[in-house]
Structures are given as structure tokens and as C-alpha cells.
Design a protein around this ligand. Structure first.
Ligand code: SF4
Length: 252
């Protein structure tokens, strides 16, 4: 594992969900091939040169020191902290990053700040002992391990992600699922209802389309497809009292 240092850690996001955020690693071992927007940005701005470099994450070694400095200064402004937008806080099999994420979340909670977490890894059960205001999420766009191996080659198997999320739900934690980027049928034939049923216990579902790419545009009925999917997600959530958010640009 390589290490880097940074001058600051917390920053305000401008996205649909998330207030403040932190990214305590550069790179992500999951190596998603959607492609990963974070990877493309880091490459564009010269922080990472190649995919192989991206999947060898570097830990920000002074993360906790930075938080000790920044949390007291910002805590009255922060509503919540999202982990993470440009890396994954619970990278599958990367214990050092998972441990650091747990320590960071503990620090926020000790200061009365709630965290939202999103991962394609396995959420550790230790999270159940932290603030019940926290919200723990996984990304789930399929149940097919073939699809996962193709698009999220080094992320956790879907069944393991779901099981870890369910364990936290059973311990009284708030849980959510990000179904984004949901693939079109030319990428995989699957029933959205199967994916929804697998996580029917969660408190919130966020649904979003696949990035604008040649692959999706090749499926000419993609607009009708995403409209139908969005309606299905909304109805599924309504029937089960699950909060629902359809990402901008998914419905037309
Ligand atoms: S898990 Fe997220 S940050 Fe990591 S490679 Fe995949 S999309 Fe990128």
C-alpha cells in the first residue's frame, strides 16, 4: 500500500445527495468499467495516469489528523458527511481503508455529525454500534455475478453486499441502495423486480440510468426503458413505504 498526504480533507459537494464529503484514498481497487467517473476526472487532471495505477489505491495517511483539525472548525455548518464520492470507503479486501473509514465515521459521530456511506464492498458489522442517524448504502444494479465481473471486476459479490446490508438493517440501522448506473437490456437481460426484491428491506432506493455511452445509445429504446424502470421503482417503493429518488435525467 502506498501513502500520500493532503492539506485538507472535508469539502462541500454540489450534488443531489450529500452535504460535505471526504475522500481518504486516491484510486479505488474495485476498478469499475462503466467507466468510473472519479477515475476519468483524476486522469483528466493528471492525478492518475492509468487504470492500473487507479486500482492500486494510495491512502491519505494524515486523514485523522486533518479531521481533528477540520471537524471543530466546520461542525456547525455540516449537516452530514458522505463517504465517498471519488473512492470507496469499504474497498473489498482492503482492510486498511476499511479501518480508516470506521475511525473517521466514529470521529464524525462523536462530534454529533451523521454520515452517509456508499460502497460496492462489504459493510462491516461494527457500523451497527455507531450512531443510528448514519445511513448505510450499497450499489446494486444486478444480481448476476457475470455482469459484476465484467463491470465491477474487483468489487464484492452482490450476495455479500446484500447480506452485510441486511445485517445492519436487522441491527436497527438505516439502509439504502443506489441502483445506478442501471444497465439497459443490451448489456444484460434481467428483471428489475428481482433486483428490487433482493433489497426490499431498505429505507431508501435511489435509481439512475447508465451513463450516456455508445453502448446505451445502441439500445434505441433506452428512453422508454428507463421511463418504465423508473415507474416500476416508484410503485415498488410506494407499496412498501420505502423512500424513493429517481436521479435527474433518468426519466424523459
Ligand atoms: S467503486 Fe466507485 S470509485 Fe471505485 S472504481 Fe467503482 S465507481 Fe469508481
Amino acid at each position: 500500500m502506498e501513502y500520500i498526504t493532503r492539506k485538507s480533507m472535508l469539502y462541500k459537494t454540489g450534488v443531489e445527495y450529500g452535504d460535505y464529503t471526504m475522500n481518504h484514498a486516491l484510486g479505488c481497487s474495485h476498478g469499475c468499467k462503466y467507466p468510473c467517473y472519479a477515475f476519468l476526472m483524476k486522469k483528466r487532471f493528471g492525478q492518475v495516469k492509468t487504470y492500473d495505477e487507479w486500482i492500486e489505491p494510495k491512502i491519505v495517511s494524515n486523514t485523522l489528523e486533518l479531521l481533528d483539525r477540520e471537524i471543530p472548525r466546520l461542525k456547525d455548518k455540516i449537516k452530514s458527511v458522505h463517504l465517498c464520492f471519488s473512492t470507496d470507503p469499504f474497498m473489498y479486501g482492503v482492510d486498511e481503508i476499511c479501518d480508516l473509514s470506521l475511525k473517521a465515521i466514529r470521529k464524525f459521530n462523536d462530534a454529533g455529525i451523521k454520515c452517509t456511506v456508499l460502497t460496492k464492498g462489504v459493510l462491516p458489522i461494527e457500523l451497527a454500534d455507531l450512531s443510528k442517524a448514519n445511513e448505510y448504502g450499497i450499489t446494486l444494479v444486478s444480481l448476476s455475478e457475470d455482469f459484476r465481473a465484467r463491470y465491477e471486476p474487483h468489487a464484492a459479490p452482490y450476495a455479500d453486499r446484500i447480506q452485510a446490508l441486511k445485517r445492519l438493517h436487522e441491527r436497527g440501522c438505516k439502509t439504502w441502495v443506489s441502483m445506478e448506473p442501471y444497465p439497459t437490456p443490451n448489456l444484460i437481460e434481467q428483471k428489475l423486480s428481482d433486483v428490487l426484491d433482493a433489497v426490499s428491506f431498505v429505507d431508501k432506493i435511489i435509481f439512475g440510468r447508465f451513463n450516456y455511452s455508445k453502448e446505451v445509445s445502441a439500445f434505441t429504446a433506452h428512453k422508454a426503458f428507463y421511463n418504465a424502470c423508473a415507474a416500476e421503482v416508484v410503485n415498488f417503493c410506494k407499496a412498501r413505504n420505502i423512500n424513493c429518488h429517481i436521479k435527474a435525467g433518468t426519466q424523459t
